[in-house]
Design a protein. Structure first.
Length: 196
């Protein structure tokens, strides 16, 4: 009898797990999160996703996409493989200027003020790309690192806005959420797939 119950529970958990990971997309607070992103003839896989909240207001839903799934933040930061961050704006309070300022602060927190000068060119370019046009609620940004171009490609609503060069900048940029000093520790765990 006990064997039968155990087998039933294992079978149920296996089927549930398979069902979750066979979904093509997920939803978080009304935002659809794709299971994969097509990039350079490969599918980047959803590693984890969560939301960023400031002053009790959710400002964006974020997802991390990798070539090979991982729970190790350092390995992800050090990896010279295709990977992406997807941000979907969920608040009308977020403007282009506020978003670029927030990302700038996140990089400062991640790498330290003393390391900012070596990324001045890239940070200026990031600000320029994000401020090219107004950002409004429901806008989606795909910030995808290309290992062949050694650059982060900035897409807004699936339109390429430009490229920001440098593998070291990729590490600093992804470090906003994955470094030892991330902007949000709970979001970091969610992106690493540690929050179920």
């Amino acid at each position: 009898m006990r064997k039968s119950i155990t087998l039933t529970v294992v079978l149920f958990l296996t089927l549930s797990f398979s069902n979750v990971f066979s979904q093509e997309k997920f939803s978080l607070n009304g935002v659809t999160v794709p299971r994969t992103i097509d990039f350079e003839n490969q599918k980047l896989q959803l590693n984890g996703f969560g939301s960023r909240t400031k002053f009790w207001t959710e400002v964006y839903v974020q997802a991390l996409y990798l070539t090979v799934l991982s729970e190790d933040a350092k390995d992800i930061l050090d990896s010279d493989t295709n990977m992406g961050i997807r941000l979907q704006i969920t608040s009308s309070l977020v403007s282009s200027q506020k978003l670029s300022k927030s990302l700038h602060k996140g990089i400062v927190k991640s790498i330290g003020e003393e390391n900012l000068p070596k990324f001045k060119t890239q940070l200026d370019l990031l600000e320029k790309l994000l401020n090219r046009e107004a950002t409004v609620e429901n806008d989606a940004f795909n910030l995808i690192y290309s290992s062949t171009e050694k650059s982060i490609l900035v897409y807004k609503n699936n339109q390429l806005e430009g490229k920001i060069p440098g593998f070291d900048f990729k590490k600093a940029f992804f470090g906003i959420w994955l470094s030892n000093n991330p902007v949000d520790a709970e979001l970091k765990d969610a992106l690493l797939g540690k929050v179920k």
